[in-house]
Design a protein around this ligand. Sequence first.
Ligand SMILES: Cc1ncc(COP(=O)(O)O)c(C=O)c1O
Length: 463
Amino acid sequence: MTSTIWKPILKRGDQVLYRALAQSLTDDIRSGKLPPGTQLPPVRKLASRLKVTVGTVRRAFELAMAAGLIDAHVGRGTFVTHLADMRTNDIKNGSRLELIDMAINKPAPIEAGDLLARATTRIVRSDNGWALMDYRDQSGFSQHRRTIAHWLRTTGVPVHAEQMVLTVGASQGLAVALATTTRPGDKVFVEELTYPGVKNLIRIFGLEPVPVAIDREGLVTSHLAALINQQNDVRVLICMPRVHNPTTRSMSSARKQDLAELANLHDLTLIEDDCYGPSPSRPSTTLFELCPERTFYVSSLSKSVAPGLRVGYVVASERVFSAMSAISQSMSWTLPPLMVELAADWIRDGSADKLAQLRHEETVARQKIVSNVLGNHPYEASQWNTHVWLHLPEAWNPARFVESAKNRGLLVVSGDLFSIQPRTNISAVRLGIGSPATRELVRNGLTIVANLLHASYDFADVT
Ligand SMILES: Cc1ncc(COP(=O)(O)O)c(C=O)c1O
């Protein structure tokens, strides 16, 4: 790290003073006069040397910070970032700055090409290999449904093949459940923050969402009870009791019990999105277990085994099996039989458990990096999934945080994206730590986040 007596040349022209100063800073970083890691003079000192106000220097630094060129660290000072160097190269070489993507929510990456090669070779070379290229309806998958249902029972979810319709991921599972239980114009209860896919489905199906409050124990059942008393025309609730996206919270046992009782009392149908749920080492009750007759249980192998399989399922009472089958068939006609065969094969020979274990270990390792880098900043996380719900200090507005992170080379998602209500200001962002290819990139991305959080305190101090 170098320290410099920076002597900016202010070419003011028709610019206001702080912009001219920011421009001079940018020029000096680009020319290499201020290499990455260089410490800049303190705001007050620079202001007095240039005979400008502290506010002018602060605003210039803020502009450079928003552009990702400098970072302020509490107690240590302001430094030229490493991304600034990349940006300088960027400009020199005409190449693009490579962004670290923490916007998309992927499971932790693993490498198991050998398992894939072995299983697909075995499958395509078998006697019925070519038959996997044909159309197939749900009855054609009965053996596969039995295999998946048996596997789910080993994870503690008591499902039977006769209740299970296979779907293209949990995404289609949610669509099938909503299409089976609602008509356009219906109201549905939904957690006030929810997975954007659910928001989209509600819109596409022409439903009216009725937001239910959530707190640290998940869906607030007393609020749901109050809403039911006010609006007795809502028949369906969609929720994520085990690892909520985006907050990562899980409903307490007491809350799940209360919810089951409310559903029974008021004849409410429950759509349980358990996308992160099934895992042999995870003892926790599902709503489906508590009220199997009124729950549509939706999940997939996406997060635990492989998202590219696109094998999901919706499980409900046998009474609605035919309706669900018909709806799923009308949406996608069939699932790719080769992928369903691969999923069943991996379950039968233990590969699915092995892949789930590897993903879990990578998730735990990445969550450890989160705790090391973010330290005491308030955030929520779970060892069962790969996103982090980061609470922002008051000084940061989420849209500005997302923009500043992007300027430094990191993509994250604003908390507002998850809100059911249109005009909210959720002071949090979601960080997807499964998406970067390596742990090092996770650490780099989180360091950008930590620096931004520190910077907000630093700049708030200098007034
Ligand atoms: C809560 C939740 N439900 C459903 C899905 C969709 O899962 P799939 O990839 O199986 O369609 C996701 C994907 O991120 C999710 O986060």
